[in-house]
Design a protein around this ligand. Structure first.
Ligand code: GLN
Length: 491
């Protein structure tokens, strides 16, 4: 294995900029690594060898011509298959989009290209980003580099596994209820959900539009911040994009790395008592909180009484929005079409296509959402869930009058064995117990490794007020400096 795959994005960019190595060499090293391990890890659904090498050559040419390179030029990045990539297959982990090559790039991908990063390919995910393990991918699960018999989290398990397996130094995920942070936690990597609207949804295949948030995944906090800076910011093509500059997350990460948190007040959520969480996870969380206190942070308890309703509210709101968003997959507009033999009605073809194209979890969500939105039940379910969402937002607002940021474990449990939670959907939903509140509120939240439990990574979550993404990076970088990064076993 080449050493180049062990470097951080910052280190790679430095070597490329100084000419000590070329973007092509870096890219080839990562393609070789993918070739060597991805048959076991299955982080990728599609590897774009030609496209990656061409992008790398373009960076090397620009450097040779004396052009100024951006801070991540020449750095490889893996992109969750939920984002459209022009001419490159985009499946969303579903059979219904198998073979679809989008005619346009999502804004995130466009910004990645403009920044001179090198897209290696598209990563595996639970179908339509619904799940917490990648076991709901129509193309088979990804595996956790810490233990190949365990899940790498989900829905963005491929993006996290690619980092932990050193197949890519950076990746992109999307977080609707935890799909960036939870995979980060269970693979010992960093995953950040930006403020909702801080990163563009243009070209992000929609699951739950009021929650979906693309964001950065990396092995270090500073790398995540650099990626965040590149992909974030206003996009007129997304109606919910915030017309404000990206907070200076890179400066914040650098500040945090100095290890001084004097004057920073952090709140432990009283209601996250640890009930339903593994004792080893809670112990690692408490040790990390103590480490932050040693850096000068003041740690207090803050009550968020409505957080306990976040999971049920989410599992009404997200399926409701999904039932509407996924209506467009009808066998007419994109991808799969089944039964179009000239003798069947349009409705029959649609029905056969959706029956064959969607997996069981997606169908379950569509049915729950359709039910919750139906006229007789709208007030009792969807309407009620929206009221709960308001109460959760108020909990956050009042918490942030008392503290600068909230802290918790990212997930109640470490990576679980493949197959152990698929029989009962509720068991799978519990993986997002601690991550979902931030989605309902819309504020930024990040997961940083904070140690091991039973030899497996534990994630530490930092939640900040909307638009204060920089604040969470500061605390995250301080924590990383105190507890160190995690190195998975050699594959
Ligand atoms: N696991 C959650 C779900 O299944 C969250 C998914 C996500 O964030 N995309 O809906």
């Amino acid at each position: 294995m080449s050493d180049l795959t062990r470097l951080s994005a910052v280190e790679i960019a430095g070597l490329v900029a100084s000419g000590e190595t070329s973007a092509v060499e870096v890219t080839q090293a990562h393609l070789d690594r993918i070739g060597a391990v991805d048959d076991r890890v299955h982080a990728f659904l599609h590897v774009d060898t030609e496209g990656a090498l061409a992008a790398a050559r373009a960076v090397d040419e620009r450097r040779a011509a004396g052009a100024e390179l951006g801070p991540l030029a020449g750095v490889p990045v893996a992109v969750k298959d939920v984002l459209t990539t022009k001419g490159v297959p985009t499946t969303v982990g579903s059979k219904i989009l198998e073979g679809w090559r989008p005619p346009y790039d999502s804004t995130i991908v466009e910004r990645l290209r403009d920044a001179g990063t090198v897209m290696l390919g598209k990563t595996n995910m639970d179908e339509f980003a619904m799940g917490s393990s990648t076991e709901y991918s129509a193309y088979g699960p990804s595996r956790n580099p810490w233990d190949l018999e365990r899940i790498p989290g989900g829905s963005g398990g491929g993006s996290a596994a690619a980092l932990a397996a050193y197949e890519a130094p950076l990746s992109i995920g999307s977080d609707t209820g935890g799909s960036i942070r939870q995979p980060g936690a269970v693979t010992g990597t960093v995953g950040a959900k930006p403020t909702y609207g801080g990163t563009s949804r243009y070209g992000l295949v929609a699951f739950s539009s009021s929650l979906d948030t693309p964001g950065p995944c990396a092995r270090t906090v500073l790398d995540a911040a650099l990626l965040h800076q590149v992909i974030g910011g206003h996009d007129p093509r997304d109606s919910t994009s915030i017309p404000a500059p990206v907070p200076d997350v890179v400066a914040a990460a650098r500040l945090g790395a100095t290890g001084d948190l004097t004057g920073v007040k952090l709140g432990v959520v009283t209601e996250f008592t640890g009930e339903g969480a593994e004792p080893g996870v809670m112990a690692a969380f408490r040790d990390a909180a103590e480490a932050l206190a040693k850096l000068g942070a003041e740690i207090v308890e803050v009550s968020c009484p409505h957080f306990k309703y976040a999971l049920p509210a989410y599992y009404l709101i997200a399926p409701s929005e999904c039932s509407s968003n996924l209506a467009r997959f009808d066998g007419v507009r994109f991808g799969l079409r089944v039964g179009d033999d000239g003798n069947r009605s349009l409705e029959e073809v649609m029905s056969l296509t959706r029956e064959a194209g969607f997996g069981p979890e997606v169908k379950r969500r569509i049915m729950i959402g359709t039910y919750a939105l139906s006229s007789g039940y709208y007030d009792a379910y969807y309407g009620q869930a929206q009221k709960v969402r308001t109460l959760i937002t108020r909990d956050f607002t009042s918490a942030f009058e008392q503290v600068d940021a909230l802290i918790s474990p990212t997930t109640p449990f470490v990576a679980f064995p493949i197959g152990s939670r698929t029989a009962d959907p509720y068991q799978m939903y519990l993986a997002d117990l601690f991550t979902i509140p931030a989605n309902l509120y819309g504020g930024p939240a990040i997961s940083v490794p904070c140690g091991l439990s039973d030899g497996l990574p534990v994630g530490f979550q930092i939640m900040a007020p909307t638009l204060a993404d920089d604040r969470m990076y500061r605390v995250a970088a301080a924590l990383e400096g105190a507890v160190g990064t995690l190195t998975p076993p050699t594959l």
